[in-house]
Design a binder for this molecule. Structure first.
Ligand code: RB5
Length: 147
């Protein structure tokens, strides 16, 4: 599975740790930055991961900013992206089972690295349940055509 990853400065430290964790787990990664703790604007990085997922260059995305809020707002502007801000494994699991989330968002100033690794693992390993949930996900996509 190919994973697109990006953060702003507030998520940089956690991104590096998540990256090392995923490399060890054998995932193929595309790191879209940022590459230091120097201040940057999160929309410029969120957009890269959203596009990589939409173009199918990556199967899933992971975005990290300070709270996860800004990155969620950016990613969810893109029709076809379902970005889920999750800070514990239950939400991460449900975001896959019921919402077919394709981007996981984390807040680097909120979650510790060990819990983040568990959330990431659950997010990447849980399949979409389909069935009635597929109908609901289609309804989300239909809304973006209406707007
Ligand atoms: C950066 O200071 C911070 O605003 C950003 O990382 C993020 O939390 C925005 O939602």
């Amino acid at each position: 599975m190919k994973i697109a990853l990006a953060s702003d400065h507030a998520g940089f430290e956690l991104k590096e740790k998540v990256k090392a964790f995923l490399e060890k787990e054998g995932y193929k990664l595309f790191d879209f930055g940022c590459f230091s703790s120097d201040s940057v604007d999160y929309p410029l990085y969120g957009v890269k991961v959203a596009r990589a997922v939409l173009s199918q260059e990556a199967d899933r995305g992971i975005l990290i900013c300070g709270t996860g809020l800004g990155m969620s707002m950016v990613a969810n502007r893109f029709p076809g992206i379902r970005a889920a801000l999750c800070h514990e494994p239950f939400s991460a699991r449900m975001s896959r089972l019921h919402n077919d989330a394709n981007i996981l968002v984390l807040g680097g100033r909120i979650i510790g690295d060990v819990l983040a690794f568990e959330v990431v693992k659950v997010f990447l390993e849980t399949p979409f349940e389909g069935g009635r949930h597929a109908r609901r996900v289609e309804q989300i996509d239909a809304l973006t055509k209406e707007a």
